[in-house]
Design a protein around this ligand. Structure first.
Ligand code: PEP
Ligand code: MN
Length: 338
């Protein structure tokens, strides 16, 4: 339910409506807009008397939100959410690029790649310090040592840092070091992790689960937002299908769907979405053309010896070429690039 307040509704009127909602055992989310204030209502434990709310001073109308997700939906919040990460805007006119290796391997590796991707125009450095691997015998990540290396990359190249929290234990440390917390595909429905991510201060990038419908994806984002953290970035990274020419099937139709039904920014990850470096550039172009707010790209200076995801990692020169193309495609759509 969404309560739309009159143009001239005062702060006191908004507060009174919020109190009435909370009295009924529900949560009120006042959302001051450019023209008028709306109040979102969430919670399913109690029923609210809509007539009683409608009769409150300053209430213009009540809109019944048809979608199961509330805070995530455009019905609740019509304007695009723009997330500010150290001055980098995600979800506005400007395109954003997150780039770096799959895993933080060594300090030297991150410095080499960081320098190259920063020079090509990437604003955010990625790299896993905790790696969710299919095999328990594969490299699992450098953990806190990796987070320290990421912090050094931020210092040296003036980039923001995104890295994955694979569990609630890692979340605390990741939140201390990183600018954006990544929740991976395998954890998209780890509801206790989502709730905790909603209670820490950093923006969260939530990756789509490998077999998640878009409704499930948006409901997972709702978990984070319902705990108070409204800075959620969605990431389409491909889903599992019968296709065997590609690691996953990158579902670019998710982009216009999300843009229509939600106000949250959406980033596309063609690296995990395809699993093959030669497919990353064409699908990055398509992602920007489809309206994505930016890209997450794996880049490695020595893919053949990468600890993980070498076959899908772009060489820095290819990444540089991609950034030039993205700039041109974005410009056609009125998007700016660094
Ligand atoms: C990653 O981005 O490092 C990653 C593991 O991706 P995903 O969760 O999409 O598989
Ligand atoms: Mn990877």
């Amino acid at each position: 339910m969404l309560i739309v307040m009159e143009l001239g509704a005062t702060r006191e009127m908004v507060d009174k409506v919020c109190r009435e909602i909370e009295k009924a055992g529900l949560k009120a989310h006042p959302m001051p807009g450019a023209i008028r204030t709306a109040i979102g209502v969430t919670g399913n434990k109690a029923q609210i008397d809509a007539d009683h709310i409608e009769a409150q001073l300053g209430v213009k109308e009540i809109i019944h939100v048809t979608k199961p997700y509330k805070l995530v939906s455009r019905e609740f919040y019509p304007e695009d959410t723009v997330i500010d990460v150290n001055g980098i805007k995600i979800g506005g006119e400007a395109l954003v690029t997150m780039a770096g290796p799959c895993a933080v391997e060594t300090r030297k590796q991150c410095m080499i790649i960081g320098e190259k991707v920063a020079a090509a125009g990437a604003q955010i450095f990625r790299g896993g310090a905790y790696k969710p691997r299919t095999s328990p015998y594969s490299f699992q990540g450098l953990e806190e040592e990796g987070l320290k290396i990421l912090a050094e990359v931020r210092e040296k190249f003036g980039m923001a840092i995104i890295t994955e929290a694979i569990d609630t234990e890692a979340l605390k440390l990741v939140s201390d070091y990183a600018d954006i917390v990544q929740i991976g595909a395998r954890n998209m429905q780890n509801f206790s992790l989502l709730k905790k991510a909603g209670r820490q201060p950093r923006p969260v990038m939530l990756k789509r689960g490998m077999s998640a419908t878009l409704e499930e994806f948006l409901m997972a984002a709702e978990y984070i937002m319902s705990e108070g953290n409204h800075n959620v970035i969605l990431c389409e990274r491909g889903v599992r299908t019968f296709a065997d020419h590609t690691r996953n099937t990158l579902d670019l139709s998710a982009v216009p769907y999300v843009k229509r039904t939600s106000h949250l920014p959406i980033i596309v990850d063609p690296s995990h979405g395809t699993g093959k470096a030669h497919k990353v550039i064409p699908l990055s172009r398509a992602a920007i053309a489809s309206g994505a707010d930016g890209l997450m790209i794996e880049v490695h200076h020595d893919p053949a010896n990468a600890f993980s995801d070498g076959p899908q990692s772009l060489l820095p020169e290819k990444f540089d070429q991609l950034m030039k193309e993205i700039k041109a495609i974005g410009a056609v759509l009125g998007r700016t690039s660094p």
